[in-house]
Design a protein around this ligand. Structure first.
Ligand SMILES: [Cu+2]
Length: 458
């Protein structure tokens, strides 16, 4: 009895870990993506069917089937990523982009991933959140030898759990992640799953951050906390594509955080529930409505809602410094300081001198002062009603009645129906009612409140 159990166990373990060297006589050709646009969902044309995701400003890596094994080829390499039009950065990534392509598989798929290292230093890939044999976990030095420059390693395992995952190096992590090496991974359920609902739209992206001096092209890798570019899939507003959906679509958004701080991700106009993490699906009894979910470092969150309110709804990180682009944080607060006389004097010597902030920073959204050649304005983007004054981790959920099913095109700006938009009040304004100290300190036992148009007289 014990013997039989032992052998059965051993056979299973072998099947799960052994890499067939015969099956991979030739490497699958690597597919490279040069454009930073959101690519249409990649409908599976081989392997088992599933409903594909849409990667914001990204794409899904094609695969080939080889004797029932899904084979992918990742190439770790230096890339140039356009963070917003006009702003290009030297990053490291996979297959031409940072982040690398999204990998989509089906629960139970046997997956073989070839990783070719074209970086100037060794690397590995860690498959964050996966159940897999220890030797496939990708921690350089601990589970495997580092992948040397110019070499290709093979990872192989069964995607055991459906859910939301990511991949990133586990070698010189500080450098490699600061340079943009990461990617998304989605394992779709193999059949109807009690905790995974059907959705009409399924979006995913990673939170990442860079420290890039204005005018320079390469991230500073030593920065621990004070990053100046807060990005989604290495894009900043207004470079992040909008999430375009049809009215009453059920929408899933999957987010992973590979920055050095948490990001409270906030959606306007709707409530969502967290239906999964990188640990798997959440029990229904644990789901409560939210409009903001905090995604801590190294965490993933999967949220779902019905998009039943038409409009252009802001969707962003709620840390206000994370919805701005490169700026100096050491600018003194000038609110309330009238230095117009001083500015006039300085402008005689320096004609394009500009001072910011004596009425708040909103002026920055309009004037976009002369910037070094390669950077993103701090507060930017223009909506139908003027400057949006945002940057970084900000985009829009566009909900439209006439968006076609499966159509991800940007429908343009929303037109509010008459009578449903904030407007200027042009009538008379009553004097504000002020409660005076004299009232509270009256000798009477009860404090009296002055009526707005009362005759004071105290
Ligand atoms: Cu944030």
């Amino acid at each position: 009895m014990h013997r039989r159990k032992f052998f059965a166990g051993a056979a299973t373990a072998m099947a799960a870990t052994a890499v067939s060297k015969v099956a991979m006589a030739a490497l699958p050709e690597p597919v490279i993506q040069a454009r930073p646009d959101t690519m249409p969902p990649l409908a599976p044309n081989s392997g088992r069917p599933y409903n594909p995701v849409v990667t914001l400003n990204g794409w899904t890596l094609p695969w080939r089937m080889n004797n029932g094994v899904k084979e992918f080829h990742l190439v770790a390499e230096p890339v140039v990523r356009e963070m917003v039009p006009g702003f290009k950065i030297n990053m490291w990534g996979y297959n031409g982009q940072s982040p690398g392509p999204t990998i989509e598989v089906v629960e139970g798929d046997r997956v073989r991933l070839f990783v070719t290292n074209k970086l100037p230093e060794h690397t590995t890939v860690h498959w964050h959140g996966q159940r897999l044999p220890n030797g496939m976990d990708g921690v350089g030095g601990l589970n495997q030898k580092q992948i040397p420059v110019g070499k290709t390693f093979v990872y192989e395992f069964v995607a055991r759990r459906p859910g939301t995952f990511m991949y990133h190096p586990h070698a010189d992590e500080m450098t490699q992640m600061a340079m943009g090496m990461m990617g998304f991974w989605v394992t779709h359920p193999k059949a109807k799953h009690p905790l995974i609902d059907e959705v009409q739209r399924d979006f995913c992206f990673l939170l990442n951050a860079y420290d890039i001096d204005p005018g320079s092209m390469t991230p500073k890798i030593m920065t621990m906390l004070d990053f100046n570019l807060w990005s989604w899939n290495s894009r900043v507003f207004p470079g992040i594509d909008t999430l375009n959906v049809r009215l009453n679509d059920k929408v899933r958004i999957r987010v992973g955080n590979l920055t050095m701080t948490n990001h409270p991700i906030h959606l306007h106009g709707h409530e969502f529930v967290v239906t999964g993490t990188d640990g798997g699906t959440t029990p229904r009894s644990s789901r409560w409505p939210e409009v903001t979910t905090d995604v801590a470092v190294g965490q993933m969150r999967q949220v779902e809602f019905v998009a039943d309110e038409e409009g252009d709804w802001a969707f962003h990180c709620h840390k206000s410094h994370h919805t701005m682009n490169a700026m100096g944080h050491d600018v003194p607060t000038m609110i309330g300081v009238d230095h117009r006389g001083l500015v006039r004097k300085i402008m005689k010597a320096v004609p394009d001198y500009m001072v910011m902030g004596e009425r708040g920073m909103a002026d920055m959204g309009e004037m976009e002062m002369a910037l070094p050649d390669n950077t993103a304005p701090m507060m930017t983007g223009t909506g139908p009603y003027g400057p949006v004054e945002m940057g970084g981790m900000f985009t829009t959920l566009k909900v439209r009645r006439d968006q076609k099913p499966g159509d991800y095109k940007d429908p343009g700006w929303y037109r509010q129906p008459p009578g449903t938009q904030a407007f200027e009040w042009t009538g008379t304004l009553p004097e504000p009612a002020r409660r005076q100290a004299a009232v509270a300190s009256d000798s009477g036992s009860a404090a009296r409140v002055r009526k707005p148009h009362g005759h004071g007289g105290h």
